[in-house]
Design a protein around this ligand. Structure first.
Ligand code: PLP
Length: 453
């Protein structure tokens, strides 16, 4: 329920549960929800939520529009695409959000309390969160997005949710500014208590947890655990690719994790030089990845540093005060053992969308195209390469049309929604303005508690 630990750090499991090889073998042929249950279960040992897990997963994935939930399609010899966009908002974030919202609702009901969910989105997180929380009577949701820096479809998916518990805030600034405001709110313990704040950004470990299972289903259908599989992950906040690391830590034979970024390349540069030096954010055709300060990278650092919390505190302090830090030779060596990094320029993303369409007839969105382009630069020695496809092409029709001349078809269930009236407020990129709005519009206050949904 608490996204950020009280000291400002991120929660991590005390240890990684290891799945025996025979158990991984046994995943073959199971339903997605069944595999998700087996992968997530060890993390919930001793927690009351364990009793909800099976039902929550069944409900969450019942709303997906493909019987396989996360189907794997083939792009070329040894090259595959894992389609993570069959959920209600056509983006991979549905896979975690539909699970996390249901858990939160059940916990709050048991406690007889309310919560305020706040989050910053560079595009798809917000839509997935709103879709997951709309209409819940124990939760108000406030989502900050950088005004004018997300696609029309992304904005409309959020702002056409008219339930009383949904609040969209267009911040006149960048995604990093939105995220800084949310992080500052979480650091203020008094405010967290007063507003009952909780988060669903990818810094929430429950999100990461729900993203681990698809690495298992994809790898097992390609021959794991008898064969290792490589993954390329279009990356922004490092949450999705960190879930891949978690799968590896749990015993899945992952040969390589390729971090694919657009021009916002702080991670590939860190892999090359050992220095993590985020720069100004550049707007690209893959806006959900227009992020330089990848929050979840901190989790990997903790692992690379041998789980030395003092070392992480020092690095994070250097980052806050000096805007950069440098990995030790040992840390960099460990990073390179598992990860590779590739930054993809805009013209290459466009050429990839066109190339994939000409070769296979498939329309891929710009985020997926960044992943495909990055994967083609990596030699993984005959291991199957799986590129995570994080959004449906119809979410980014302009980029797809420019590259291919084709307009990807929007599923009818969404087209209907997007034409409806929008509701949002615009605010300056200031902590005070955002806090005031949330304090005056949430139902956390006793005198407004009777409002209902
Ligand atoms: C959020 C998002 C990403 C990046 O995922 P992270 O977990 O932040 O690395 C990539 N593609 C799309 C479409 C997204 O919505």
């Amino acid at each position: 329920m608490a996204a950020l630990a009280p000291d400002g750090g991120l929660f991590m499991p005390e240890s990684w549960p290891r799945l025996p090889r025979e158990e991984i073998e046994g995943f073959a042929g199971l339903d997605y929800a069944d595999v998700a249950y087996r992968v997530m279960k060890p993390y919930l040992a001793g927690d009351p939520c364990l009793a909800d897990l099976e039902e929550v997963l069944a409900e969450a994935y019942d709303g997906f529009h493909h019987p396989a939930v996360v189907p794997l399609t083939q792009l070329g010899p040894n090259s595959f695409v894992l389609e993570l966009f069959h959920g209600p908002t056509l983006a991979f974030k549905d896979l975690a959000m539909q699970v996390v919202s249901r858990f939160m609702n059940r916990v709050l009901r048991r406690r007889g309390t309310r919560a305020t969910v706040i989050g910053a989105t560079s595009g798809d997180t917000g839509a997935a969160a709103i879709e997951a929380f709309r209409g819940l009577d124990a939760i108000d949701i406030f989502i900050l997005h950088p005004k004018g820096r997300i696609s029309d479809v992304q904005r409309r998916q959020m702002t056409t949710a008219t339930e009383a518990n949904v609040h969209n805030i267009a911040v006149e600034g960048t995604f990093d500014e939105c995220q800084a405001i949310v992080k500052a709110m979480f650091r203020d313990r008094d405010l967290c208590g007063r507003l009952g704040l909780t988060g669903v950004n990818s810094i929430n470990f429950a999100r990461i947890l729900a993203q681990i299972p698809y690495y298992f289903t994809a790898a097992v259908s390609l021959g794991a655990p008898h064969r290792s599989v490589a993954f390329t992950v279009p990356t922004g906040n490092f949450g999705d690719v960190f879930a891949g690391y978690a799968a590896l830590a749990m015993g899945l034979p992952v040969q390589r994790l390729v971090i694919a970024t657009n021009l916002n390349d702080s991670l590939p540069r860190a892999l090359a030089s050992g220095a993590f030096e985020p720069q100004g954010v550049v707007a690209t055709s893959s806006p959900a990845m227009d992020i330089q300060l990848a929050s979840n990278f901190e989790r990997l650092l903790f692992e690379l540093a041998g789980r030395d919390a003092a070392r992480i505190r020092a690095l994070m302090e250097e980052l806050r005060t000096g805007g950069a830090f440098r990995l030790s030779q040992g840390e960099l060596g460990q990073l390179r053992e598992v990860f590779a990094g590739q930054a993809v320029a805009e013209h290459e993303t466009e050429m990839t969308i066109r190339g994939v369409f000409e070769e296979t007839g498939m329309l891929v969105d710009p985020h997926t195209a960044v992943g495909i382009a990055a994967s083609r630069r990596e030699d993984v020695a005959r291991a199957p390469m799986v590129v995570l496809s994080t959004a449906h092409a119809a979410k980014f029709p302009d980029a797809v049309k420019q590259a291919t001349g084709q307009v990807p078809e929007m599923p009818a269930r969404l087209a209907l929604r997007l034409g409806q009236t929008e509701r949002y407020v615009s605010l300056p990129p200031e902590l005070g303005a955002v806090t005031d709005f949330i304090a005056s519009h949430g139902r956390h206050m006793p005198q407004q508690a009777e409002m209902g949904a």
